[in-house]
Unconditional design. Sequence first.
Length: 501
Amino acid sequence: MITRAESAYLGALRAFQEPMLDLLHRRYAPLVVSLLSLVFTPERPTVPVAEAHTEIGDALDQLRAQGYELNADGTRAIPLGSARELCRQWADVGWLKRQIVEGDVEVYQLSAHAVGALEVAGRAGGARARVSESRVRTLLEAVERLAQDADPDVLVRMARLDGQIKRLQAELTRIQRTGEVDEVDEEELLEEAENVLHLVRELPADFARVAESIRAMQRDVVTALRQDERPSGDVLREYLERGEQVMTATPEGRAFAGALRLIGDPERIDELSLQLDTVLRHRFTGRLPGQQRAELRDIGRRIEQGVAEVIKAQRQASHVITTQVRNHDPLRDRQVDELLREVMIGFQTWMPTTRRSQYVDPLRRLPVADVAHLRQSTSDLSPPQPPVPLSAWDDGADTDLEDGAREWGGPHYAELREHLVSFAADGAAPDGGADLASAFSAAPERIRRPVDLLGLLEIAHQDGMTETDQVSLVEAVRPDGSRRRFAFGGVTVQTKEETNE
């Protein structure tokens, strides 16, 4: 059974294994914190790799020139090595993140642990946090709001709202009667401002944790796709859904989505800017240090930057997952993994037997494939003899057809046209044209099949037909003697012989 002391000690060990506390516990922590805070600012969250190496190298040279290389006890305060080597070490322990942005530019970005460590160091080196009325009131209001959200009792909620309305109405009545607003003491305003700044300093680390959670989920998705352990259809369907709903796939993402509903409204951001302007115009802000006034002024912009960072990570994760799904080739991915594994094994075998700066012979040409045997002859691709000639076929001959089989075929165009011309010549229509329904009804039963009606409509369309508002009804006769009625819009046709006349 684990004792309380052992449980507390194990929890502390896990906490100090996190990169944030590990950074602050390192031997060169003051140097790391100072350089990272110098290069990475709220206005500059990402820095190109080459620029970061140059700036950190210049800062190291300046510190060494001023005599800060050794501590008072003789220990080294600035480690040996170049800025490139230091940045590589910081990236290996999880303080810096390397990524490729638009334009194929490689940049450094602070990890969530590094952001949290810088915030802790900044608070420790700045004004000392105090137990103030503003902070206690914030805590009490948070607990009250939590209780309200957790209590489903309708009567209790109604009574609480009624009490709030009465208090607000009493305050409004007093102001209307006296025309005065109670002024708040400047000390209390200073406490409230410090409480606001304390809350704001927590936001960058929170936003960074959400963005890193999204990137971690992206890596998990891509890894699962590359492993190809399940059917492709299941993998594609599941991970496409996760790609579309990346903000709801992690606890941090869901929390950020809820916060975004509060701060994502442009009107709310504008209202926040107006409120901050009101605060900064008050005389009590003159007692605040210049850095704190700048932090108050930049609250809205820092919130917008944090939201933009998370949305950018979400968009990039969706793009990477979609690209992986589209270009997913299990065989090629497996070959790449095997090749990288062979390279790592080769490095592990080669590194212990080499010295620093040892020369490596370059590979000047690719190895030649060792082929045991090649075929020296190929088979003749041409056929041994020509195909048998096709037998002649007379399309007009019907000697092989069974009796009555042709009656079930297509329309009799020639007989239909002859009948239509004859019907129009007899003056069946007063305007010189032929009514299609009347012509079809007057035709012999042999050419009054349903398919012949379609053929007659096709002939009328070719010769030029006129549609009427009437509905025509005709009765067609099938070859087996069955009858069927059809209705269609009235059509009058002028035959070619009548048009030529």
